[in-house]
Design a protein around this ligand. Structure first.
Ligand code: AP5
Length: 214
């Protein structure tokens, strides 16, 4: 099962991808997480990506595409995967299609998680992530058991640099301009399913399960 999880920043892609991975046992591939790991480790890719991410802009396609195409060629992706945050431009989507076609393969589901802007802004303002393992929390909707501490690894919870209010507005504008055209791209291919993402995360997950198991 090959799934593209699509939707604006803060829609809940990372939250739902972790739940899909947990239930269906396919790897969750998040380009945002890959970039953040590289930034934390100070790799050459991280150094190149940092300024774009902190400004709320997209990392250039040429830095992004190779790393995803390599990742989906790894053995743990043979049974499928969840792409979270990729593709994000028409060029990325076309490259992905071409790569899959080489193996007579294709994406099975494109799930577009639909959430209004006011809710997105509130979700990103309240998001906290673990500095060490990346687990996602929200100060109201999904607080940790101990304030500021990750339930899983006891790491410190931090605010993502790109969750600052001004950067969030840039990210939403970049999404509308560069990523939203993919809705029409995948609708034409008959792959797009819109998921109402505004309810509790378990309700949203049940909607996704219904689509995947229909
Ligand atoms: P990335 O990390 O992919 O960020 P994003 O797409 O902007 O998405 P987010 O991680 O902000 O949100 P999400 O939808 O995963 O929501 P979450 O589950 O955390 O990318 C970051 C940057 O990297 C980009 O801006 C770009 O610079 C670069 N980049 C990445 N991929 C790229 C690519 N392909 N090409 C070029 N550049 C790329 O949830 C948000 C909050 O809401 C959390 O606090 C969560 O607990 C809460 N929440 C989730 N679901 C619910 C719910 N149902 N009810 C209440 N609260 C909820």
């Amino acid at each position: 099962m090959k799934i593209v999880l699509f939707g604006p920043p803060g829609a809940g892609k990372g939250t739902q991808a972790a739940m899909i991975e947990g239930k269906y046992g396919i790897p969750h591939i998040s380009t945002g997480d890959i970039f953040r790991k590289n930034i934390k480790e100070g790799t050459p890719l991280g150094k190149l990506a940092k300024a774009y991410i902190e400004a709320g802009e997209l990392v250039p396609d040429e830095l992004t595409m190779g790393l995803v195409l390599d990742r989906i060629s790894e053995p743990d992706c043979l049974g499928g995967y969840i792409l979270d945050g990729f593709p994000r431009t028409i060029l990325q989507a076309e490259m992905l299609d071409r790569k899959l076609m080489e193996f007579n393969d294709s994406i099975d589901f494109v799930l577009d998680i639909d959430v209004q802007d006011e809710v997105l802004v509130e979700r990103m303002a309240g998001r906290r992530v673990c500095r060490d393992c990346g687990e996602i929390y929200h100060i109201e909707h999904l607080p940790p058991r101990i304030h500021g501490i990750c339930n899983i690894c006891k790491g410190e919870l931090i605010v993502r640099k790109d969750d600052e209010a001004e950067t969030v507005m840039t990210r939403l504008a970049v999404y509308r301009e560069k990523t939203e055209p993919l809705v029409a791209y995948y609708r034409r291919k008959g792959l797009l399913v819109t998921i109402d993402g505004e309810d509790d995360r378990m309700v949203v997950f049940r909607r996704i399960e219904e689509v995947l198991e229909a």
